[in-house]
Design a binder for this molecule. Structure first.
Ligand code: UDP
Length: 345
């Protein structure tokens, strides 16, 4: 890690920061977190990125490290920490989101949501900061209704391979809700549906990154199950707009700490997604079919009417449009990795 702008006491007073807010982004080197950091810096905020680099990547924040209003703090949120000076906003975007990644160390995944959530809530309480929890469509489990609205309570296995993530995120919602009710912490809960775009890890293991990387490296696209299961994919820029709108709204139409779905309701089967990726990458690799993982949700589609009512938000970028810059990003990222490998060998 570059020595530039590593967080240390004094950061807040030394920086040439004059206006805007001080924002902590837990998980700030991850896919959504690093895009959020870049956005907030460009809008004049001062950002402290807290990340243990478990799935977050140094590459994602390389362009931010030299910015005078950005600091990186290598830290795991399951351990308490303090930040000196005022903090206005905390985005909790820390937790591996890809099934193969969050299943590598299920206990740590669970602790990240629950113990990490407690640590961040206590920091928010101490600082009087507003805090947003990135919850997930996984709180609905393998839903038996579609689309899923926030009032649907879900169908979740407590002891399956996805439980460490799903139940950790459900527990965190409870924590955020209770800290709002009992301690008056200003909390927001976003239920994030599948999101994609630049800065995804090529080795993430989720479907969009797998398909694009496979297409570019001449491998068959791996469809799990028969490909009839659906997902609804939201482009990162739309997701950032939704998250910031939820964080910043003062609208009290409805209870502000109630969870809000954020996602793109355009629903695609995984087989349709495979065809689109083949078409847009201009490749003609084949398809290979693999077993469907246990508890893999059959359908997923957000009802976003609450986000529309509360925030005036709706996604603007359809899947084919968002895949354009995403595919270009992966093309460049794979080339960069090849160059690095050549230098090493
Ligand atoms: N999937 C697939 N091939 C892959 C990766 C995932 O067919 O290489 C399927 C997976 O079984 C699921 C869907 O694509 O039905 C979305 O999976 P992902 O891991 O991207 O996210 P999830 O929504 O399941 O957390």
């Amino acid at each position: 890690m570059s020595r530039l702008n590593v967080y240390e006491p004094g950061f807040l007073s030394q920086r040439p920061y004059r206006s805007g807010r001080t924002v902590i982004i837990a998980g700030g080197a991850g896919f959504i977190g690093s895009n959020m950091g870049a956005r907030l810096i460009s809008e004049g905020d001062r950002v402290i990125c807290v990340d243990n680099l478990e799935t977050g990547r140094q590459e994602n924040i390389a362009g931010l490290l030299e910015h005078p209003n950005f600091a990186f703090f290598l830290h795991d949120i399951i351990d308490p920490f303090s930040i000196e000076g005022p903090v206005d906003r905390i985005y909790n975007l820390a937790c591996p989101g890809s099934p193969p990644k969050y299943q590598r160390d299920p206990l740590h995944t669970f602790k990240t949501s629950v113990i990490g959530g407690i640590n961040l809530l206590e920091l928010a309480e101490e600082k009087g900061a507003r805090i947003l929890q990135s919850s997930t469509s996984e709180v609905y489990g393998d839903p038996d209704v579609s689309p899923q609205s926030e009032t649907y309570r879900g169908l979740v296995n407590t002891v399956g391979p996805r439980s460490c993530y799903d139940e950790g995120k459900r527990g965190a919602e409870t924590l955020f809700h209770e800290m709002h009710e009992r301690e008056g912490v200003d909390t927001r809960i976003a239920r994030i549906f599948n999101t994609y775009g630049p800065k995804m890890d090529p080795e993430d293991g989720r479907v969009i990154s797998n398909f694009i990387v496979q297409a570019f490296t001449g491998q068959n696209l791996t469809i799990y199950g028969d490909g009839h299961q659906t997902r609804s994919f939201c482009f990162i820029d739309d997701m950032l707009d939704g998250l910031i709108a939820l964080m910043e709204t003062e609208n009290s139409f409805g209870k502000i700490d109630d969870p809000v779905n954020l996602g793109n309701p355009g629903e695609f089967t995984i087989a349709e997604l495979a065809d689109i990726v083949l078409e847009l990458t201009g490749t003609d690799v084949g398809i290979s079919y693999h077993d469907l993982p246990q508890d893999d949700p059959r359908r997923r589609c957000p009802d976003i009417s609450r986000a529309g009512r509360l925030l005036g938000w709706a996604p603007k970028i359809p899947l084919r449009e968002g895949l354009g810059p995403t595919i270009e990003y992966f093309r460049e990222e794979l080339k960069r990795k090849q160059r690095l490998n050549r230098q090493v060998s």
